[in-house]
Design a protein. Sequence first.
Length: 89
Amino acid sequence: KTPTIWKVVLTGGPCAGKTTALGALQAQFSRHGIKVFMVPEAATQIVQGGVSFAGITPEQSLAYQKSLIQLQLMQERVFVDLAMATPGP
């Protein structure tokens, strides 16, 4: 039987409480024996990796955005694969 994988997406601007909510959700689900996998946010990884969006052209912005969504989707696929390979709820 294929396991059910639930996805929760948190959105909001800076300092909106996403990280706080994420910690609370992880704690609550974990208390009920549910494994929680958290996919890193691709935009944060890119910026922390040294990429700057300041002063770029519209064409460069489009290329960055395409790369950003490719990275995010790839990470999500990897985490789903890992969740499916992990026994238990």
